[in-house]
Design a protein around this ligand. Sequence first.
Ligand SMILES: [Mg+2]
Length: 133
Amino acid sequence: MFVDVDDTLVRSAGSKRIPIPSVIQHVRELHTQGAVLYCRSSGGAEYARSSAEEFGIAHCFTGFLPKPNVLIDDQTAAEWPRCISVHPSSCSGRSLDDYITEVSCVDYASTRHRIDILPLLYQAGPDPILRAC
Ligand SMILES: [Mg+2]
């Protein structure tokens, strides 16, 4: 899971930075649930890291990345299988389990594919969720 910084974790008004508590809490909850999270920003990896540190959630992330400028890929990002985009205003209240269900339903409804994506989203830990879509 990739989490953006600007206008996702924080808003800027002039030189003032205003954290977005609902998304910061969401990151904490997903981490607790075992999600594999990366923080990325157009401002670069170090900006992503320092922002996560600023809000006390750096430990929730596996890594920090810049956003890409060029994608060399046979598919556009919109065509990537098992990939959903979630606006920060609608993430509150969702769980890792909810995302697994949504991602599983994007292209595949079978249990087999559901198991395939679990390692991508989970670090380990919780029992696999095998609910059918
Ligand atoms: Mg942004």
